[in-house]
Every structure is written in C-alpha cells, then in structure tokens.
Ligand binder design. Structure first.
Ligand SMILES: C[S@@+](CC[C@H](N)C(=O)[O-])C[C@H]1O[C@@H](n2cnc3c(N)ncnc32)[C@H](O)[C@@H]1O
Length: 291
C-alpha cells in the first residue's frame, strides 16, 4: 500500500514537471515566463495608418504596463495606450557610444537645458529599472522602424543589462517604396541603395560619407530629411549625378489619404518645389531606377 502511494506521488510530481516544461517550450511560453520577470522592449510603431503596425508590436503594446514615447505617439495611439502609464521618452535622451564619442552626449537634446536633460535621464532610469524589477512590461515606442534613424536606440545601450528586445516596425522607407511602385535597387547603372540623412551636407559635418563620396557609384540614394537643405543637397548631388537623374519626394508615406509623390529631375526639382513647404514626413529618392 505504502509503495503504491509513493509511486502515485512520484507520477504526479513528474506530470507537473512535464507540464511546466511544455509551457516554457510552447510558442509564446518562454515570452510569458519572461514577462513575469519584467521586460523592456523597443517597439516600432510602423508608419502612417494604424494598420501598418505589426501584430507582434500590437501584442507587446497591449501587454505593456508603461509606455515611453513622444507626445504625438500618445495622441495617435490614444486608444491602444488607454489606461497605461505614459512617459515622455525624450529625443535622443540616451545616446549611442558613437555619438558619445563625438561629444554629442555633452549636448542635451535641442531646447532642453543640461540640468533638465540629466534629471530626465535619472528619472527615466529609475522608472524603468523599478518597473522591470517589479515584473512589469515597459515599452519604448518609436515611429516606423526603431533602428532606422530612430531617436531612442540609445535606450538599448543604456539598459543593455536588462536584455531589452527590439520589435521591428514598417519604416517610412518601406511605405515610400510601395508608393513609388519601383524597386529602388533596380537602377540602370547600380543595384544598390544608400540610406542617408541630409545632415551629411551640413557645415562642420565630420563623417567620411560626404555626398560626393556616396555619389561616386550613382546608386539610388534615399534621404531621411531631418534638417534638410534641398538646394544644398541638389547642388552637391549634381557633382556626381547627371542633371536629368530623376528625384522623387514622397510625403506622408503609409497614410492612404495623404500620401503624395512628386517626381522631377535634379535640374527641375527646385523650380517644381518653389514656395512649397514640405512636411516633416517626407523622404527623397534620387536615382535612375525612377526612369
Ligand atoms: C527621425 S526619422 C525616423 C524614421 C523612422 N524610424 C522610420 O523608420 O520610418 C524621421 C524622418 O523619417 C522620414 N519620415 C517619417 N515619417 C514619414 C512618412 N510618413 N513619410 C515619409 N517620410 C517619413 C522623414 O524624412 C523624417 O524626417
């Protein structure tokens, strides 16, 4: 009788162990266990209309207790973020080592005094570390894909010990490719695409990627347009590309109702955009793939 009881208990314990192992091995099981320990995510919201968000991003954001983002993100995703604790993520609040090396970390983000910048960093560290330690899910959200010119990638280095996870998003680059209906890698003289930012043309820029250098292969060039000086960019491009090379401006990529494509050539673009105020949300493509 005693032997029978022992065997019964042994099998019961074995079944519980097997069930726990199956939960961890099941799809999503490991993530659920991790969520119970608290987790930090950097989540790409996608660009444009709300249905450009991935299912994975939606699932993580639905589970999240605390969201760090920009005011406009909170407005656009108000329904999804309802009832969650919201905090401003700050533009370049934490900087990657490459920017720190160039001394950018000594310069607080625009319009923020140094003491406010430092106080915000400290408060953000406190909130995130306490929340993760308490088993909460924290999501830092970023427009488009977080890793493409995203302002919050510095969080990944700052909180590397928490093993943050990145949830990719649909970039404006993907949405603009769709709007153009041409493969940017399918040029006549080149099969490559260079993603860059207009900052490479500004005075005092110390990188090696000048437009003259980048333009040597006449590859397709795509500009993320923060602080863009279009006349300066066009003048520099014309040193490498023929004047009849097509140039396209894609505004509001990913917004079905607002998306707009303007195509011209390097010779005509300034005339065609004269007097027009381009929105913050525009990408510029240059290359003969548009011919
Ligand atoms: C800081 S970057 C962020 C890019 C973002 N991480 C992404 O993957 O889409 C901001 C720049 O992306 C471009 N951009 C953002 N949204 C856009 C949109 N809907 N359509 C076209 N360009 C957009 C603009 O050039 C803008 O200056």
């Amino acid at each position: 009788m005693r032997k029978y009881r022992l065997t019964k208990h042994f099998y019961l314990a074995l079944m519980i162990l097997l069930a726990a192992a199956a939960m961890v091995a099941a799809p999503g099981g490991a993530q659920d266990v991790q969520a119970a320990q608290g987790k930090l995510y950097l989540v790409g919201l996608g660009v444009g209309d709300l249905d450009n968000m991935t299912i994975r991003a939606h699932r993580v954001l639905t589970q999240a207790d605390i969201i760090f983002g920009m005011k406009h993100d909170f407005k656009q995703y108000a329904e999804l973020f309802k009832g969650k604790e919201l905090h401003e993520a700050g533009h370049l609040l934490f900087m990657e080592k490459s920017l720190q090396k160039r001394g950018r970390d000594k310069m607080p983000p625009k319009r923020m005094p140094p003491d406010k910048h430092q106080a915000m960093q400290e408060e953000t560290r406190r909130i995130i570390r306490e929340a993760v330690a308490a088993g909460k899910t924290v999501a830092v959200v970023s427009g488009g894909d977080p890793m493409l010119y995203g302002p919050h990638t510095g969080y990944l280095q700052e909180f590397a010990d928490l093993k943050p996870e990145v949830v990719p998003g649909l970039s404006c680059f993907n949405a603009a490719n769709a709007a153009l209906q041409r493969g940017p890698n399918k040029g006549f003289v080149s099969h490559s695409v260079i993603l860059t930012a207009a900052m490479t043309t500004s005075k005092g820029y110390k990188g090696k990627d000048t437009l003259a250098k980048l333009g040597e292969t006449q590859s397709t060039m795509v500009f993320f347009t923060m602080r863009m000086n279009l006349p300066e960019v066009v003048a520099q491009l014309k040193e490498s590309y023929p004047g009849d090379t097509p140039i396209a401006i894609v505004s509001y990529a990913g917004y079905q109702d607002r998306e707009k494509v303007l195509v011209a050539s390097l010779d005509t673009i300034l005339e065609k955009t004269k007097g027009e105020k381009l929105p913050f949300e525009h990408l510029i493509y240059v290359g003969d793939f548009l011919k």
